[in-house]
Design a protein around this ligand. Structure first.
Ligand SMILES: O=C(O)CCC(=O)C(=O)O
Ligand SMILES: [Fe+2]
Length: 325
């Protein structure tokens, strides 16, 4: 077939139009994911289009204030950042966490390490034995359990800093989902409606058995023997960035206050599925020592339950947050 000059011109026009469309699409995607990526003084390797980046070449024990500020801006942008190649002790882990805020008790119900109570450990094998003996415990059974940390209290943590301690030979990845992108992807009409709603969050189902076992829980310096349910807006506004995100999770949200039960169940089922659609997520494969820091105000996460009875241990520090608004 001979290609005429006319056809060549049309092909060139189509190419130009396609390039323009691609540029526009990139700009739109970037708006959806948040602001433009910040310029940072270390290696940043984004891990998906909407959430997550590795920050490479840092030693978390020896950071100056400028590096901390840069990490904070990367963290706000990417929502979860990973620091491979670290080898922190629990007290170094805690010291790193203190550069970003005030550590909370390790967990409201599950006691922290004996000599480092702000550090909460999950040894998945030990947790399975506990669960077998005493009943359900948050996040340790097989399968994906998407959640945002500790939303069953009035002021959930602003972020969590996790250290991978023992990593299975294969599997045990963790998934994170961007709840700003999930909200922005909904129709303006549904976003508007969600903005008028309040959700009830409750930790009873996951933590009643362990609370009975330990006798009392502690949060913000107060002791309690039962977990009262709390209310949070279904859409929250980030106190540092001003951006809005979806704030319900299947771990702890039990119902939407303004709706009939059947309506609430149907809407929550839709939101739980939508909020963790693959396009909003990143899946991270751990190496021993890697540290992750996620923004608990704009994400959900879940551990893949694919590692059978292989040994897997993480330690976590959470930072005090404010009341979602
Ligand atoms: O084990 C993990 O990867 C994450 C566990 C978890 O949900 C958490 O530490 O908040
Ligand atoms: Fe968690």
């Amino acid at each position: 077939m001979t290609v005429t000059t006319d056809t060549n011109t049309r092909i060139a026009d189509l190419r130009a139009a396609a390039t323009e469309a691609a540029v526009t699409a990139t700009a739109t995607d970037r708006t959806r994911a948040g602001s433009a990526a910040p310029d940072l003084p270390f290696d940043v390797v984004p891990l998906s289009g909407n959430i997550g980046a590795e920050l490479r070449g840092l030693d978390l024990r020896t950071l100056d204030d400028a590096q901390i500020a840069a990490i904070r801006s990367a963290w706000l942008h990417y929502k979860v950042v990973f620091f491979p190649g670290q080898d922190l002790t629990p007290s170094e882990h805690l010291a790193f966490a203190r550069r970003f805020g005030e550590p909370t008790e390790g967990h409201p119900v599950i006691p922290g390490l004996a000599d480092q109570p702000e550090v909460f450990e999950i040894d998945y094998s030990a947790a399975r034995q506990l669960a077998a003996a005493y009943g359900k415990i948050g996040g340790i059974s097989r399968g994906l359990h998407w959640h945002t940390d500790v939303t069953f209290v009035q002021r959930p943590p602003l972020g969590s800093i996790l250290r991978a301690v023992v990593v299975p030979a294969a599997g045990g990845d963790t998934l994170f989902s961007n709840q700003e992108a999930a909200l922005a992807d909904l129709s303006p009409a549904l976003q508007g409606f969600l903005g008028t709603l309040t959700a009830v969050h409750d930790g009873e189902d996951q933590f009643r058995a362990i609370l009975d076992l330990v006798g009392e829980g502690h949060w913000e310096g107060k002791s309690f023997t039962r977990l009262e349910s709390v209310e949070h807006p279904v859409v929250r506004t980030h106190p540092e960035t001003g951006r809005r995100s979806l704030f319900v999770n299947p771990g702890f949200t039990t119902r939407i206050k303004e709706l009939e039960i059947a309506e609430s169940d149907a809407l929550l089922a839709f939101l739980y599925q939508h909020s963790v659609s693959p396009e909003f997520t990143v899946r991270y494969h751990w190496q021993p020592g890697t540290v992750a820091f996620w923004d608990n105000r704009a994400t959900q996460h879940a551990v893949t339950g694919d590692f059978g009875d292989a040994h897997r241990v993480i330690q976590r520090v959470t930072l005090r947050g404010d009341e979602p608004r």
